[in-house]
Design a protein around this ligand. Structure first.
Ligand code: SF4
Ligand code: SF4
Length: 485
């Protein structure tokens, strides 16, 4: 049963300690396929995540004339993000911060409950590596055939298989890169441009870099990315505790391990038959029987592998299982199940998630679709006209975040007799101005305000600009001062 090619375990030597080498040469991992619930869920999630990633940019969303009709679009030249009905302007980038906090806390919560479940099932690196491995297995066969092909001298069969594999990998990588571009451009337009060779400049650079990176990361680097490039695996231990569900070898039941004897008597030995199937199944090439390791991504494939062996010997399943340390000790001592999903750590995370999600949703629901900004001229502070009236200059900006044009009236409170003139407009010495701002635009108005000198409260008079939406009657106030002698 034991495969001699599997005895090498791809575990880097601890560096910087003792007399061990500082550099561990990579041992190529050829994971073996085993059916089982973890493999099944991994495959289902693989296709679900790929479908979501590749299809989401093609969902259309009607936002009215002139606005993009792509449901999810990060329009960098237009400095706007569209996510279904939500439209985010550059000054609202704090929503992105909120989303990043949500993502980080969700990751911490998932780790506290189920260890590296993100790494094993949902991480981009895992998903694409799994897909690349499927292609590899389809062309070159399962583990033993791949190992033999690796060792075989160059032949036509080997060359053709290698060409086929690398061409398909490159096509997948290119497709991934094109899909990424869909989120930053109109998807049908950029696709047409790619296939007709019309893209160039940065778009082409991004496409080529992403294609190359996906090809290298998923085709060659694979588990090395998790070992040496991703920081998450390094600090996962601080996010889990003795109640977190992690992939665990139940040594109390498995040891002392030994190859099965002819009589299959397990009465005075452990249940581990030392078949190394768990090592053969592991995409990172480690031996989970050595205990918790930073290299374990929590994919559970060793559980499926070991369970096939347990079934074969009529032994209880789950010698390797997704289990917590607390529950494992309880089982070892013959106590009942002890699973503690609700505990202080998970409660903190749930509270933080609820607060951040509520804050984002509330803010999105009540945010204004209009912003006003006023800047008073500082040079000169004021001008005394020949009539004796005092004049101040203002730059008044109205940001209309809706897709349709808006009409407003603008008046001033706090200064009797004040009139306004819009530069470059026909409105002169008016108490109320009519302002029009196009949809998705910032309207900038240069305004001169004039007031009788005897109406001023001194060198500085507090005033309020009152902007009223003609259609909805909504009012936006902005305070400033009117300066005088
Ligand atoms: S030890 Fe098991 S759970 Fe961990 S990476 Fe290997 S196969 Fe996946
Ligand atoms: S833990 Fe399971 S799969 Fe691994 S060597 Fe022992 S019996 Fe085989």
């Amino acid at each position: 049963m034991s495969d001699p090619s599997t005895t090498t375990v791809n575990q880097p030597e601890p560096s910087g300690h003792g007399d061990g080498p500082l550099y561990a040469e990579r041992v190529k991992v050829h994971p073996r396929h085993f059916d089982g619930p973890f493999r099944k869920w991994k495959t289902i999630l693989l296709w679900v995540f790929l479908a979501v990633y590749h299809c989401s940019a093609w969902i259309r969303w009607d936002r009215g004339p002139g606005a993009p009709d792509q449901a999810i679009l990060f329009d960098l030249p237009g400095r706007r993000a569209y996510i279904f009905w939500i439209e985010i302007w550059p000054q609202e980038v704090y929503y992105l911060t909120g989303l990043l906090i949500l993502a980080a806390v969700s990751l911490f919560a998932a780790s506290a409950i189920a260890g590296r479940v993100w790494c094993g099932f949902a991480c981009f690196q895992t998903v694409w590596t799994d897909l690349f491995m499927k292609v590899e297995a389809f062309i070159e066969g399962d583990r033993n055939k791949r190992i033999r092909l690796d060792k075989a001298p160059l032949s036509m069969d080997k060359i053709l298989k290698r060409i086929a594999k690398h061409v398909i990998w490159l096509l997948i990588a290119g497709f991934f890169a094109m899909s990424f571009l869909w989120y930053f451009n109109d998807a049908p337009t950029i696709t047409k441009e790619i296939f007709t060779g019309q893209i160039g400049g940065w778009t082409l650079v991004v496409m080529l870099v992403l294609t190359g990176m996906t090809y290298i990361m998923a085709g060659f680097a694979r588990e090395q990315v998790c070992f040496y490039m991703c920081p998450y695996g390094r600090f996962q231990s601080v996010m889990t505790d003795e109640d977190s569900l992690v992939v665990t070898y139940e040594a109390w039941r498995g040891e002392p391990r030994a190859q099965p004897g002819k009589n299959r008597d397990f009465s005075d030995r452990g249940h581990c038959v030392d078949c190394s199937l768990c090592v053969q199944a592991c995409p990172t090439g480690i031996d989970i029987r050595n205990g918790q390791q930073m290299e374990c991504i929590g994919c559970g494939l060793c559980i499926d592998a070991c369970n096939t062996m347990m079934e074969k010997f009529d032994l209880p399943k789950n010698l390797i299982s997704y289990d917590s340390y607390t529950n494992m000790v309880a089982r070892e001592q013959g106590k009942g199940k002890q699973v503690h999903l609700i505990r202080p750590r998970t409660i903190y995370y749930a509270v933080i998630l609820t607060i951040v999600a509520t804050a984002i949703l509330t803010s999105l629901s009540f945010r204004d679709r209009l912003e006003v900004n006023i800047q008073r001229d500082r040079a000169p502070l004021f001008v005394t006209l020949s009539s004796g009236d005092i004049r101040n200059g203002y730059t008044y900006k109205v940001l209309n975040m809706e897709s349709s044009a808006k009409e407003y009236t603008l008046s001033v409170e706090g200064l009797k007799g004040a009139t306004m003139t819009v530069i470059g407009d026909e409105q002169t010495d008016q108490e109320v101005l009519d302002l029009k701002v196009k949809g998705d635009h910032v309207g900038t108005f240069k305004i001169f305000m004039k007031a009788p000198r005897n109406m001023l409260e001194g060198a500085s008079t507090d005033i309020t600009f009152v902007l009223k939406d003609k259609e909805t009657g909504e009012i936006f106030n902005q305070s400033t001062v009117f300066r005088g002698p």
